[in-house]
Ligand binder design. Structure first.
Ligand SMILES: [Zn+2]
Length: 415
């Protein structure tokens, strides 16, 4: 199975979610971030030092748990001669499993982006923020701030802003010099403004087209009115970039500090962009639901049938879907059934009851995450799977009103 980018991101998100739920009873959960270039033997000697420090911990239970976790980390490190390309993160500690019990658990993660700095962190929960930040970091935005005298072009990657081009104009001020006719003066001024916008457009397009377009999300423009509006409506950017303008903002500065001013104003707009593609899919889905062409389907059974028929173009899955598809078999005869349960309780606890054919006890023979099941089906039928977050209205609707599963169809099936 080819793992799509969206799928990997989803898996990573789920892993972080599972780790977020782990709690220690004291400050005894250790998070260890090792960058690629950090020597593993150095990490080991730092851990041995921490082991010594831990002897000062007053609570006997916490002390034993911390030292136990460090010992466990040290034995794991022996199996890692060198941190992989993006580094490695090891989480280890006595996790509270309820009923007054803890369980020493270890999780090893190879992150999707490089780890920047070494971290040893001991707390009542695992340190996840550096990994959570990676979920957003790849996206790149183009920034332009301009007035009629000056412009700065830059890129925003994660929270990092880089100024890449600076331009100034020779556009004359509004006051004309004596002797020039007013009409002639205005004409020259407009020509100069137009020429400056053209130069800004060329410089910005060159910078933005140089970015890998699959990570390039769009452009924000800042400046006074009506300059930025003129720049937008005059279509001075390359047509591919022009299509990606995401918003205009009032900004006072047009040098490098203007880029930071613009970034400060983006706030919510940036949040919306994160879900803009998902929003488009949901809007299409909702439109199809009420249209005569009927190219939409929803609900687990209906969508599964459509997937098996190969009629699904795009499979929409809520990324908060927490269900398992169970295969239940009789322990005595050949009776078999499939059943979907909500994962909250954990499928181990699920009691399948007795066989309707012979009355013997049933057992769970197989349990598959429903996201795995449906997206595997989708892959086999060249269906595109899209994960929809519930951070926006229509996304939340997919989860609450449509059971978290929807489909945009290739042709009408009536299912
Ligand atoms: Zn049976």
């Amino acid at each position: 199975m080819v793992e799509s980018e969206a799928h990997k991101k989803y898996e990573f998100k789920r892993t972080l979610e599972a780790l977020r739920d782990k709690k220690g009873r004291g400050t005894e959960l250790i998070s260890l971030y090792i960058p690629h270039d950090k020597q593993v033997h150095e990490v080991a000697s730092q851990l041995r030092e921490e082991f010594g420090q831990a002897s000062n911990i007053k609570s006997r239970v916490t002390r034993q748990n911390v030292q136990g976790a460090i010992e466990s980390l040290l034995s794991r490190l022996k199996l890692i001669p060198k941190a992989p390309e993006n580094g490695v993160v090891i989480f280890c500690g006595a996790v509270d499993i309820g009923a007054n019990k803890t369980d020493m658990e270890t999780f090893i993660i190879e992150p999707p982006e490089p780890i920047v700095s070494y971290k040893y962190h001991c707390d009542s929960s695992f340190l996840l923020t550096p990994l959570e930040d990676m979920l957003h970091e790849k996206k790149t935005y183009g920034l332009i701030v301009l007035d009629r005298r000056e412009a700065t072009v830059g890129l925003l990657r994660g929270k990092h802003i880089e100024a890449l081009a600076h331009l100034t104009s020779t556009v004359p001020g509004k006051q004309r010099k004596g002797g020039q006719s007013s009409h002639r003066f205005q004409q020259l001024r407009l020509i100069a403004i137009n020429e400056f916008y053209t130069r800004i457009g060329e410089a910005a397009s060159e910078v933005f087209l140089g970015v890998d377009q699959k990570d390039f999300e769009g452009v924000f423009i800042g400046g006074p009115s009506p300059t930025k509006e003129e720049f937008e409506s005059g279509e001075f950017l390359h047509h591919e970039i022009q299509k990606k303008i995401l918003g205009l903002f009032d900004v006072a500065y047009t040098d490098e500090s203007g880029l930071f001013e613009l970034f400060d104003k983006l706030g919510e707009a940036l949040q919306d962009v994160e879900v803009v593609q998902e929003k488009k899919y949901m809007e299409r889905f909702l439109k199809e639901l009420v249209s005569d062409t009927g190219l939409a389907s929803y609900g687990e059974e209906q969508v599964r049938k459509n997937l098996q028929m190969g009629s699904v173009d795009i499979l929409l899955l809520s990324d908060e879907l927490r269900k398992a598809r169970l295969t239940i078999k009789c322990t005595n005869c050949d009776y078999q059934e499939k059943k979907t349960i909500t994962k909250k309780s954990g499928d181990e606890q699920y009691q399948p009851g007795n066989c309707p054919k012979c009355g013997s006890s049933l057992k769970v023979a197989e349990s598959v995450d429903i996201v795995e099941e449906l997206s595997t089906l989708a892959d086999q039928m060249s269906t595109n799977t899209v994960f929809i977050s519930s951070d926006f209205e229509e996304g939340n609707q997919l989860l609450t009103a449509f059971g978290g599963i929807g489909a945009i169809l290739r042709y009408k099936t009536g299912i």
